[in-house]
Write a protein that binds this ligand. Sequence first.
Ligand code: FAD
Ligand code: MG
Length: 333
Amino acid sequence: MKKRTYQIILLLLIIGIISIRLFYQKPNLYRKVDYLLGTYVEVAIYQKPKRARILADSTFNLMRKYEKILSSHIPNSEVYNINHSDRNSIKISSETSDLIRKSEEISKLTSGAFDITVGKICNRCDFVENFYPNQAEIKELLPYVDYRKIRVSNDSLYKESKGIEIDLGGIAKGYIIDKAIEFLRDEEIDKGFINVGGDMFLLDNNNPDKWKIGIQHPRDKGEIFATISVNNKSVVTSGDYERYFIKDGMRYHHIINPKTGMPANDLVSVTVIADKACLADALSTAVFVMGLENGLNLIDSIPDIDAFIIWEKNDKLNYKMSDGFDRYLIDVK
Ligand code: FAD
Ligand code: MG
């Protein structure tokens, strides 16, 4: 009998210690990395470890849900079906129509510099096999590139011609980041970040000294070009140094001028800071196509949006920033 009592006391003691440890677990920054959206994604949550782990897994599951709908790479995703349909009108979910409507707004705002129908050309590039369509092929593809030839009505996408293809690669990462941050905020997380291949949202409601991050050096992979400090903002960069190859002295990359069908080559990197990652993502791509002057004029005309633009001349890198950007800038290396 005595032995039994000891066992029960011991068990109660162990349960007591575990629950005290769990209860007094200190919150810290829990970080988890996984591969999705064609890149490495990091979710960082400042919370007690057990809860942080659960929330990080739910955040990844949420992002995977959107990847399955919006990827042009996954057979039978909605975007894949839009691009392979032999009909002019295709049923789409509210998420896809929401994002296509947002894309259309940005296309109008940027006079067509941002245009998801470049998918017709993007889907024929291969930056692993160093393939970019030649002039004759571009000439054939260009008639399908025009955002005014698609429209969303109710729960369908209407394509003026069946051959039109879309590519949400320039806006969907930002859109998915915003959905993830919305989820974390609903779970009352007030410190952490989401990093999707360098496109980030940095969440920190109650810490004055902000997050310090680097802008990737566009011509020196391991180096940082500038460091900035931000809080509760998204920071998104578009650059010609990730998906590219050089042939006959020309850099072929994945940010396409919808008017010419060729890679936009005035700039080498555009970083946009905004409250919403979706807007930052699309504007970084658009400004990259618009070039320095038109791009900066556009950014300076929109409140609470800032940009840091890098271009190359005679092998020398130059930079310019929007009027309000210096409040984030720590230094340029
Ligand atoms: P940004 O500068 O933000 O945008 C460039 C991208 O936008 C281009 O890659 C093209 O997609 C598009 N674009 C180019 N020019 C224009 C223009 N003028 N207007 C509008 N859009 C333009 N990559 C993989 O390799 N495999 C995958 O399975 C894969 N799945 C993905 C699933 C989703 C849901 C998303 C959002 C992306 C996925 N990606 C995948 C990555 C994707 O193909 C792009 O490479 C990536 O989104 C480019 O992001 P970025 O910020 O580097 O480029
Ligand atoms: Mg982007």
